[in-house]
Write a protein that binds this ligand. Structure first.
Ligand SMILES: [Zn+2]
Length: 228
C-alpha cells in the first residue's frame, strides 16, 4: 500500500490508498474474504473508522447488502451477501455502493465536481461505468442503479453487450473492445501504437472516440437544455 495523507480541503481528505487484485477466478467467497482482509488492514492502520463503504462493479441491493449482477466479474454473484460478512469481520456497519457512483461521490466532494450543480461522469476500464449528479447530489435512483450510462443504446443492431442488450456504449469502448479495434493487446498498447503512427491503431481510436462522443453528447443533453 502506498501510504500517504492528502488534505483536499473541507472536511474530506484521503488517508490511504492501495491496490489489491480482485482475483475473481477464485470465486465470490474468496473475493469477499479478501475485501474483509483489506478493510481490516486499513482499519488497523487508521484507528477510529466508524463505518465502511464498499464500491461494487455492478448492480446490488442496498438494503440487503448483496450483489445482484456484476456484468464483468465472473462467478455466482446473484444475491451474494457482501456487506454482512465484511461487517461481521470488522464489527462495523458496512454499506454497498456501485463503484462508479463511489467515484462520483468522491469527485463531488473532493475532485472535479466540487461546487458544480449538474455533473455526469464516465469511468472507462473493463467496462464503462458512470454517474449522474443533479443539484450537487449524486442521483442513485430508488435502488442504486441510476447512472448506468455505459448501457445506453447507441445502435440496437450493434454488438452484444455483457448486460444482455445489443449496441450499448460499453460494447464499443470497454477495454477489450478498445484494444481489438486498434489491433493491440491492451488499451495502453493501442495508445502507444497510435502515437507511433500505426494506422490501424489510429483508426481504432477514431472508431472508439466516435462512439464515446455520441454517448457523451447524449449525456450532456440530460442535465442541460440544449440551445439555451
Ligand atoms: Zn449493456
Amino acid at each position: 500500500m502506498d501510504r500517504r495523507r492528502e488534505h483536499l480541503g473541507g472536511d474530506w481528505s484521503t488517508l490511504d490508498r492501495g491496490l489489491v487484485p480482485t482475483m475473481a477466478a477464485e470465486g465470490p467467497d474468496a473475493v469477499v474474504a479478501r475485501l474483509a482482509d483489506t478493510a481490516r488492514a486499513a482499519c488497523a492502520r487508521w484507528p477510529g473508522v466508524t463505518t465502511v463503504g464498499i464500491g461494487v462493479p455492478g448492480l446490488y441491493d442496498p438494503v440487503a447488502g448483496t450483489t445482484r449482477f456484476l456484468v464483468n466479474v465472473p462467478g455466482a454473484w446473484a444475491e451474494r451477501p457482501v456487506a454482512a460478512p465484511v461487517s461481521a469481520a470488522l464489527g462495523l456497519p458496512v454499506a454497498l455502493i456501485n463503484d462508479a457512483r463511489a467515484f462520483g461521490l468522491a469527485e463531488l466532494r473532493l475532485g472535479a465536481g466540487r461546487g458544480a450543480s449538474s455533473v455526469v461522469g464516465l469511468v472507462l476500464g473493463t467496462g464503462l461505468g458512470g454517474f449522474v449528479a443533479v443539484a450537487s447530489q449524486l442521483h442513485q435512483g430508488h435502488d442504486g442503479t441510476a447512472g448506468e450510462v455505459g448501457h445506453q443504446t447507441i445502435d440496437p443492431d450493434g454488438p452484444w453487450c455483457g448486460c444482455g442488450n445489443r449496441g450499448c456504449l460499453e460494447a464499443y469502448v470497454r477495454a477489450d473492445q478498445f484494444a481489438i479495434a486498434c489491433g493491440a493487446a491492451s488499451p495502453q498498447a493501442a495508445v502507444e501504437a497510435a502515437r507511433r503512427g500505426d494506422q490501424r491503431a489510429v483508426n481504432g481510436l477514431t472508431h472508439v472516440g466516435r462512439y464515446l462522443g455520441i454517448g457523451i453528447a447524449n449525456l450532456i443533453s440530460i442535465p442541460r437544455r440544449i440551445g439555451w
